[in-house]
Design a protein around this ligand. Structure first.
Ligand SMILES: Cc1cc2nc3c(=O)[nH]c(=O)nc-3n(C[C@H](O)[C@H](O)[C@H](O)COP(=O)(O)OP(=O)(O)OC[C@H]3O[C@@H](n4cnc5c(N)ncnc54)[C@H](O)[C@@H]3O)c2cc1C
Length: 406
């Protein structure tokens, strides 16, 4: 049976996790990932990778919770396996603290993370500026290890990776049957989507191995997230700013704010600054589209626009994108199946025409040409007679002669 050729554009978190999900669940296909940047040079490499949901106003809470739960449960099972350290996934406990008591004390994701509860008075004493807090255990993906692990899993499933900048998705129609667009902020150019915009982020990656608990200010602007190899200090949010150069003023400001929450950070060493553009949208674009040029069609499945919360929902959205790819795949595979016998019928017809010509040529040489030469071709001018005359054996046979006499 013909194989469907699927290409995923993008090698960040979305591209790789979607490619792995497709190659895990659709057997009769080839999966390639094509991108101009791979780890450690994607936005996903800059992220802290904490599983704390970010709100998408254009998506129902029910849907967001489902994506978060699917992602959390999936990563928890990896975390409980021998793959955990290579994949860079670990459990981390800590506090989300608020200067004023929030209206919603129990967020929608509180029963997905582990051990969600309000902080005790004793715990809150560490943060004299804050009035209320939530304690819970969640998961964290360390990047680049997680991206490298995903790429390895894709290759184990037979997937391929190619470094290439795509100028137009249509250029892929010659070599692939289905395109999956996971190009993050690159989608603005690739699809002309005006709803997606960058929110510039800047973080510090520091060496402070004594930090074991996360601390997040409820406004989401200041955070301390310990990872396996370093601690991520944040952050910054600048809408529509495309500048990827680190800003030293923002770096100082981040260190000041984080050290106010955790004074031991003043002694942190090996400070590295990273900048990334969150691919932001009111809702993640998870959608099928068919590109049409002249009479040709190219099915595309989009999975981009995860903003500041990609890690928290990536497996859920990869599963949803895979479901859309399966729908497209069923159509593509039928078209391929239909086309291949047609092609054979076409070849068969050509072959039959060739044999007809050969037979006509043989007939010319053996029947018509000798008659022309002997000059009695006029006698045979009646076409029907001519056809009957060809059966010379019958005409000379006894039964035929008897028939003529009668
Ligand atoms: C500072 C910061 C901190 C963050 N912290 C967290 C966090 O703690 N938790 C959380 O859940 N989320 C966090 N995020 C958000 C998260 O990083 C993003 O949602 C996620 O990384 C988006 O992944 P992506 O694969 O869509 O995009 P990207 O990682 O940007 O990948 C896009 C890919 O598409 C490719 N591409 C684009 N255009 C083209 C083209 N024309 N041709 C070929 N290839 C192309 C790129 O090369 C790249 O490979 C954070 C983000 C930032 C910036």
């Amino acid at each position: 049976m013909a194989k469907a050729k699927i290409v995923v554009v993008g090698a960040g978190l979305m591209g790789l996790s979607t490619a792995v999900c497709i190659s895990d669940s659709i057997t009769n296909c080839s999966v390639s990932v094509m991108a101009d940047r791979f780890s450690p040079n994607t936005t996903s490499d800059v992220a802290a990778g904490m599983l704390i949901p970010h709100l998408y106003p254009g998506t129902t809470i029910h849907q967001q919770k489902q994506w978060f739960r699917e992602t959390f449960d999936h990563l928890l099972s990896i975390c409980n396996s021998s793959e955990a350290s290579e994949a860079g996934i670990h459990l981390v406990s800590g506090w989300q603290i608020f200067k004023a008591v929030p209206e919603e004390k129990t967020p929608f994701w509180s029963d997905v993370v582990l051990g969600f509860r309000s902080m005790t008075e004793k715990e809150l004493k560490k943060f004299p500026q804050h009035k209320y807090g939530q304690a819970f255990t969640t998961l964290k993906c360390d990047c680049p290890p997680y991206l490298i692990w995903l790429e390895k899993r894709l290759k184990e499933n037979g997937g391929q990776v190619h470094v290439k900048k795509i100028e137009d998705l249509w250029e892929l129609h010659r070599d692939f049957d289905i395109v999956v667009n996971c190009s993050g902020i690159g989608s603005q150019k690739l699809t002309g989507d005006l709803e997606i915009y960058p929110i510039r982020g800047q973080v510090l990656k520091v060496h402070a191995p004594w930090i074991k608990h996360f601390i997040r200010d409820g406004d989401g602007l200041t955070y301390i997230y310990p990872g396996i190899y370093n601690v991520t200090l944040g952050g910054a949010r600048e809408k529509d700013n495309w500048n990827l150069s680190p800003d030293p003023i923002i770096s100082k400001n981040i260190l000041d704010r984080c050290s106010a929450l955790e004074p031991s950070l003043w002694t942190a060493e090996n400070i590295k600054v990273r900048v990334g553009l969150r691919p932001s949208r009111s809702a993640v674009r998870l959608q099928k589209e068919v590109l049409i040029h002249k009479n040709e069609k190219l099915p595309v499945v989009h999975n981009y626009g995860h903003g500041g919360g990609g890690f928290s929902v990536h497996h859920g959205t990869a599963k949803e994108a895979t479901r859309l790819v399966k729908e497209v795949y069923n159509v593509v595979i039928h078209v391929k199946w239909f086309r291949s016998p047609c092609r054979h019928v076409g070849r068969y017809t050509q072959l039959m025409e060739f044999w007809s010509l050969c037979l006509a040529a043989v007939r010319m040489v053996h029947v018509v040409f000798p008659r022309l030469m002997s000059g009695n071709w006029l006698m045979e001018s009646n076409h029907v007679e001519d056809c009957q005359c060809e059966t010379t054996l019958d005409k000379t046979s006894a039964s035929w002669q008897n028939e003529r006499k009668r």
